[in-house]
Write a protein that binds this ligand. Structure first.
Ligand SMILES: C[S@@+](CC[C@H](N)C(=O)[O-])C[C@H]1O[C@@H](n2cnc3c(N)ncnc32)[C@H](O)[C@@H]1O
Length: 355
């Protein structure tokens, strides 16, 4: 028999997520409210590994199923799949959702037991780009090493176009827009990135339709622009497949950075990945880079929350900062310098310069 406490705990998580999703994600909120009210739905999540029993995993598993069958009535509620989505408060919603999930529960259970929620936010390239431009001005062509790369979509940074505020478009490809406040080093061109590689514990292959669909399923359907941006980036990945090695960054980063250093100046990026490490792991990661930097000049672009990654060299003024901080760390002749550049939206929609 299933543990009744666990079922109650799952219900509590869905209720909590429903509250947290409003008002910016009304479909997510309605999905969670409906699931929380029906144990035949909420208990499905109990089949996922204990550490993965998060409401977003079941929402993604349902979304994945909807993406497979976009002609089914439930898709009419998904704002990313129809220009005129139905109101989540429509009384038909509960019945349509419940029968859709019940009819597909074997497939949904398969997803819950094998997949983990995984995202890849290409908007963060708009945060990396100013730092890349600064480094390239200093040292010339770059070799990008993205740590915690997921599907490797941010390694395709030179294949997107950018616009900061009302400025000119930079580069070619799907457009990533970013608004800024204050004055800072807004880039004027895409720097020369001669190689790009990623490292991830669990890489997603963006050229594999099933993997790509799962990445899309993990994107909240209410966030239509984010969904579109991901779809555009996946199209780029199909013509320029990223290179992402499977492995633990702590084991691989030194080797990968040393290998890339032969061709150009290595720039390491970490965006919303080091918060998943233990404090000891973050200290070890910094130590790995320090060691390589004793024999090779390198640069590290950090886009992480200082409050969640206090072991990183964010700069003294950012202690306890919850928001994403963009920091450029450079090693030249073994000497480390950390330059806080901006505080940012976690998905790259805006950045506020520090200078
Ligand atoms: C929230 S995602 C961020 C992905 C990407 N950096 C971005 O900005 O979109 C975090 C990624 O870090 C990876 N990851 C977590 N711990 C890792 C480790 N020790 N070594 C390598 N990758 C890791 C996860 O597998 C996941 O793909």
């Amino acid at each position: 028999m299933r543990d009744p406490w666990n079922d109650s705990e799952l219900v509590r998580r869905f209720e909590e997520h429903a509250g947290a999703s409003l008002p910016r994600a009304p479909l997510n909120a309605a999905l969670c409210t409906t699931i929380a009210a029906d144990r035949s739905l909420s208990s499905l999540l109990g089949h996922a590994p204990v550490t993965q029993q998060l409401p977003v995993l079941l929402l993604a598993a349902i979304h994945d199923q909807v993406l497979r069958e976009p002609d089914r009535p439930l898709a009419d509620w998904y704002p990313n799949l129809t220009p005129t989505p139905r109101d989540p408060h429509d009384p038909e919603f509960v019945g349509v959702l419940t029968s859709f999930v019940h009819e597909r529960s074997p497939s949904i259970l398969g997803t819950l037991t094998t997949r983990r929620v995984q995202t890849n936010e290409v908007g963060r390239c708009a945060l990396f780009l100013p730092a890349f431009a600064l480094v390239a001005d200093d040292v010339g062509p770059l070799a990008h090493v993205d740590v915690g790369s997921s599907a490797g979509l941010t390694t395709l940074l030179p294949h997107y176009a950018y616009r900061y505020d009302d400025g000119p478009q930079i580069g070619h490809g799907p457009l990533i827009e970013c608004s800024t406040q204050g004055s800072g080093p807004v880039p004027v061109a895409i720097p020369d990135v001669v190689t790009a590689r990623g490292i991830d514990l669990h890489p997603i292959d963006p050229t594999d339709p099933t993997d790509a669909r799962w990445l899309q399923a993990c994107c909240w359907p209410d966030q239509t622009d984010r969904f579109q941006r991901l779809a555009d980036a996946l199209a780029v990945a199909r013509s320029h497949p990223p290179t992402v090695e499977e492995g633990n960054a702590l084991d691989e980063v030194g080797r990968v950075v040393s290998e890339t250093a032969a061709g150009a100046h290595p720039v390491i990026t970490t965006s919303w990945v080091l918060n998943y490490f233990e404090p000891e792991g973050r200290r070890a990661f910094v130590d790995r880079l320090e060691r390589v930097a004793q024999s090779t000049d390198l640069s590290w672009v950090i886009a992480e929350s200082p409050a969640m990654t206090p072991e990183l060299p964010h700069g003294d003024g950012l202690v306890g900062e919850e928001r994403t901080a963009l920091t450029l760390v450079t090693w030249r002749d073994g000497e480390r310098d950390a330059r806080p550049l901006a505080t940012c939206h976690p998905h790259g929609y805006w950045l506020h310069w520090h200078e």
